[in-house]
Unconditional design. Structure first.
Length: 179
């Protein structure tokens, strides 16, 4: 049986004219569900082969939530997703701990292509849930800091998901407000 685990973490960084100032609200606490649906190994393999569809599902759920709050939808930008995906892959492989390590470098790489005024990041980890996307998004929405990023005055986003051999999913969503 696959164990169930869930963690989320949030980071917000705001750029100002004189440079980059940061405002950080971090949360990294395990959350467990009373009745998670464990995945069979073959379902984990199937899910891993459809990572792009999982990333799209995150965007759909986030934009549905934003619409329910009368907020404009976020536009998925592949340049931002490259950075988000690389971070998720680094966490899934163990090269980077579950954290926001390297966030400033990710934003700097994005800034070479997209002038921005504000950036933020949500990350999540889970294992053993039949719908890992819903688990991640619901976890973010239940957390004040994550929800503030989701509801923030951003217009672009990038989403990256990676799964390791143990079936653990790592999520990174980067939010950008263009200048």
């Amino acid at each position: 049986m696959i164990s169930t685990a869930f963690k989320v973490s949030v980071l917000s960084v705001f750029a100002i004219a004189s440079g980059l100032a940061s405002s950080t609200a971090a949360m990294s606490a395990p959350v467990t569900s009373a009745q998670p649906k464990a995945l069979k190994p073959q379902l984990v393999a199937q899910a891993a082969s459809s990572i792009p569809s999982l990333e799209q599902a995150v965007l759909t759920q986030i934009n549905q939530y934003r619409a329910s709050r009368k907020l404009a939808p976020l536009t998925l930008d592949s340049r931002i997703s490259v950075q988000a995906r690389a971070h998720s892959q680094a966490m899934a492989s163990g090269r980077t701990p579950f954290s926001h390590d390297g966030f400033q470098q990710r934003v700097q790489a994005i800034a070479r292509a997209i002038p921005y005024s504000r950036a933020a990041e949500n990350v999540a980890y889970n294992q053993g849930y039949s719908d890992p996307v819903r688990q991640a998004v619901q976890g973010w929405l239940q957390s004040t800091g994550h929800r503030q990023n989701i509801e923030g005055s951003f217009d672009l986003t990038g989403i990256g998901i990676a799964q390791n051999a143990k079936g653990e999913y790592y999520f990174t969503q980067i939010f950008i407000r263009r200048r």
